[in-house]
Design a binder for this molecule. Structure first.
Ligand SMILES: [Zn+2]
Length: 166
């Protein structure tokens, strides 16, 4: 009897239920479908040491928002989207452009959060300069990398964690 003939696949002694057509369709649509993600950013002069650090600012899904004028992509200012942008740069072999992205403690909010900072003196690059930069000419930001990733990753980022950039 072939594996799966009894409505499931036997893996390491644990029988997994067969996928329903609906779940299989969702997996094909979101897991097996890939999207090109473009990381954009630009060099930022550190206010403390005045040296330049390239800062990823935006994850732009190529072709996904082409028909909308109101949306370019996801703001990579902080949190999981910033960490994901850094991961995309590493996958593209450009981890050197990710700056110093790590957990830093905020005295004002009394919480640790993922943030970007100067590669030379670790000065925190806060939300303000990126917020103002992302209001302007987003297309003028430098393309730092393009990586093919499963569509499900973009869906998860936009569903609850990411912020869309108009
Ligand atoms: Zn610095």
């Amino acid at each position: 009897m072939p594996l799966g003939a009894m409505g499931g696949v036997l893996l390491a002694g644990v029988r997994k239920p067969a996928l329903t057509p609906c779940i299989e369709a969702l997996q094909i649509q979101y897991v097996a479908t890939f999207v090109t993600l473009r990381v954009r950013g630009e060099e930022y002069e550190c206010p403390t040491c005045h040296r330049g650090t390239t800062v990823p600012m935006l994850i732009e899904p190529v072709g996904v928002f082409e028909d909308t004028e109101w949306c370019h992509g996801l703001s990579a200012q902080s949190g999981v989207v910033l960490q994901y942008a850094a991961d995309l740069l590493k996958l593209a072999g450009r981890g050197d452009l990710a700056g110093v992205i790590k957990l830093r403690f905020s005295k004002s909010t009394k919480q640790a959060y993922v943030s970007n900072g100067c590669r030379y003196c670790d000065t925190l690059f806060g939300d303000y300069f990126m917020s103002t930069r992302l209001i302007g000419d987003v297309d003028g930001l430098e393309v730092l990398a393009e990586v093919q990733r499963p569509l499900v990753e973009l869906v998860l980022l936009t569903s609850s964690l990411g912020r869309l950039v108009a």
